[in-house]
Design a binder for this molecule. Structure first.
Ligand code: AMP
Ligand code: MG
Length: 414
């Protein structure tokens, strides 16, 4: 493939990240079901299956934006005097009559604009006398009046399908008169760790064993993305056990994240058994950290065979698994928003592959974690985002602008 590049170190053809993302986008689609539920705060974070169309305009009636006095504006810009009618217009208590020309009425914020009124003057811009109100500087017609539908009109699209509902979306949906929403069922994401060296948190570890860090990592990420995690535990480096675990995962989940054993070594059984199904889509990807990463399928269920190193596992989850899982969950494909900011670090990098550094912003510059070791979990915990260095970048000097993607762009709050 012409877009591929060559890794001189191990003599392998590598596929650029952009190409892998393009293919992933093409072969991922939404099949998950939906349900109709009452609109309440528990819908926050759910994915909208059908658009929310305004059932009524917002605002539904012209109303006062301030506390003051309402009248029909004069055509001159001379100081004005209006006599006051008895009564007032308040939010939820409209003024029943019509206001004759030359008269004004007391209006409070949110009140329906009475008949005969097109303009409101703020309390602080009017002087109340015994006879009425005086206005030094005439208001232009329509001042301080919120027009019908100026926010959104009846029948207009309020929230598009595919959106993961925010607090503000729910406020908008309520304002336009919606009371039920069609939302997607939750995406179930199974995760399992592989490796004979792994031991569960809470057990006593032998010196040759390591605690499974990827499970808490992946289960928390899945939860933060709004998906339902299914914890399938630690599986030894054994093909029969792995097959059984993948069979079980594919029966329960819409997508499977494995970690470890994704390379092509003697104990890399995830790679071997996925390859034996002929359902591996992408394997040798030009990314650091992140090799080896396998994108494949097991019994028709997408599998992200993540690397065992926690740093690589997290980067690959954010870069590849997240956009695909968003689509599977009913959301639209989106890549994270980043921005360019001067680097506080220096770095030499090989061309021909994309690199991600654990990073954070301090004093207007982006710092990179001092070590690039892919096993350094402390750097993940230190970081607040990633620096993305393009395939072509090679020499980064202090002050050069680099692309920083905060973790919040991946939907993570911390
Ligand atoms: P692998 O991808 O299986 O070759 O693993 C690469 C490195 O990541 C090895 O040093 C593993 O011990 C380590 N590793 C694999 N899985 C985990 C895990 N779940 N938690 C922490 N480290 C892991
Ligand atoms: Mg392993």
């Amino acid at each position: 493939m012409s877009a591929d590049c060559f890794d001189p170190n191990d003599g392998m053809q590598l596929t650029p990240v952009s190409e892998v993302l393009k293919r992933l986008k093409l072969r991922t689609s939404t099949t998950i079901g939906s349900e109709s539920l009452p609109l309440d705060y528990q819908m926050m974070g759910r994915v909208l299956a059908q658009p929310i169309i305004a059932q009524r305009a917002h605002p539904p009636h012209a109303n006062a934006a301030v506390d003051g006095f309402g009248f029909a504006a004069s055509t001159t810009d001379q100081p004005q005097f209006y006599r006051l009618v008895d009564g007032r217009a308040a939010a939820g208590s409209p003024f029943k009559g019509s206001i004759p020309s030359g008269f004004a009425v007391r209006v409070l914020t949110g009140a329906t604009i009475p008949k005969g009124v097109d303009t409101v003057v703020r309390d602080e811009d009017a002087r109340k006398t015994r006879r009425g109100i005086e206005i030094e500087k005439a208001e232009s017609r329509g001042a301080n009046v919120r027009k019908v539908g100026e926010d959104i009109s009846d029948g207009e699209l309020a929230v598009a399908a595919g959106r993961r509902l925010t607090a503000a979306d729910l406020a908008l949906a309520a304002a336009v008169g919606e009371f039920r929403v069609d939302v997607r069922q939750s995406l179930r994401v199974a995760t399992l760790s592989t490796g004979n060296e792994l031991i569960q948190t809470g057990s006593v570890a032998r010196p040759d064993q390591i605690y499974d860090a990827n499970r808490p990592l992946l289960l928390s990420l899945i939860t933060a993305f709004g998906f339902d995690p299914i914890d399938l535990g630690c599986i030894p480096d054994d093909r029969a056990a792995l097959r059984e675990a993948l069979d079980s995962a594919s029966k329960q989940a819409h997508v499977i994240l494995t970690s470890g054993g994704a390379s092509s070594g003697d104990e890399d059984h995830v790679g071997a058994i996925l390859e034996s199904t002929n359902r591996v889509h992408d394997w040798r990807i030009a990314i650091k950290p992140g090799r080896p990463l396998i994108l494949g399928e097991w019994c028709g269920v997408p599998v992200f065979g993540l690397p065992g190193n926690p740093v690589a596992a997290m980067v690959c989850t954010l870069v590849f698994a997240l956009p695909a899982m968003k689509v599977l969950s009913g959301q639209t494909w989106s890549e994270p928003q980043g921005f360019d900011i001067p680097a506080a670090f220096e770095k030499r990098k090989r061309g021909g592959r994309r690199e991600y550094l654990r990073a954070r912003i301090r004093n207007g510059k982006v710092e990179a974690f001092q070590s690039e070791g892919s096993g350094r979990i402390s750097g993940l915990s230190w970081a607040e985002g990633l620096v993305e260095l393009s395939d072509v970048a090679q020499n980064i000097r202090v002050g050069d602008r680099v692309r920083y993607i905060p973790f919040s762009s991946f939907g993570l709050t911390s």
